[in-house]
Design a binder for this molecule. Structure first.
Ligand code: AMP
Ligand code: ZN
Length: 110
């Protein structure tokens, strides 16, 4: 998607502080971290959000979820929080599906 911020990061047209990459997903540091460690994990292909995942796309969603723990461990995190904001009312601002991986110290409850 040409006007999508995260597709531009995937394409290398915008910079990102990458922490993990494979054929299907990319993980990079959030530009405005809300925790000591704040990483965004995204599918490389454009998927708007959880509510728009097509049947053929579930394997990449599963793959992204499987990689969250290894990515957290590579950052030295044992415990961590995963959030996906889904739709405008869910607080989603970038409409390319992503998981916020948050950690570092004891996170506050909510
Ligand atoms: P959301 O509100 O769930 O859509 O989250 C979007 C996240 O993307 C926010 O936490 C932003 O700080 C983050 N963000 C926006 N632009 C960039 C960027 N160029 N590089 C890294 N993170 C970004
Ligand atoms: Zn996109």
């Amino acid at each position: 998607m040409s006007d999508c911020l995260f597709c531009k990061i995937v394409a290398g047209d915008l910079p990102a502080d990458k922490v993990y990459e494979d054929d299907h997903i990319l993980a990079f540091r959030d530009i405005a971290p809300k925790a000591k460690t704040h990483i965004l994990v995204i599918p490389k292909r454009h998927i708007t959000n959880l509510s728009t995942v097509e049947e053929s796309e579930w394997p990449v969603v599963t793959h992204a979820l499987q990689q969250l723990t290894p990515i957290a461990h590579s950052e030295g995190l044992e415990g961590f929080r995963v959030i996906t904001n889904n739709g405008a009312d869910g607080g989603q601002e970038v409409f390319h599906m992503h998981w916020h991986l948050l950690g570092g110290g004891r996170l506050p409850g909510f």
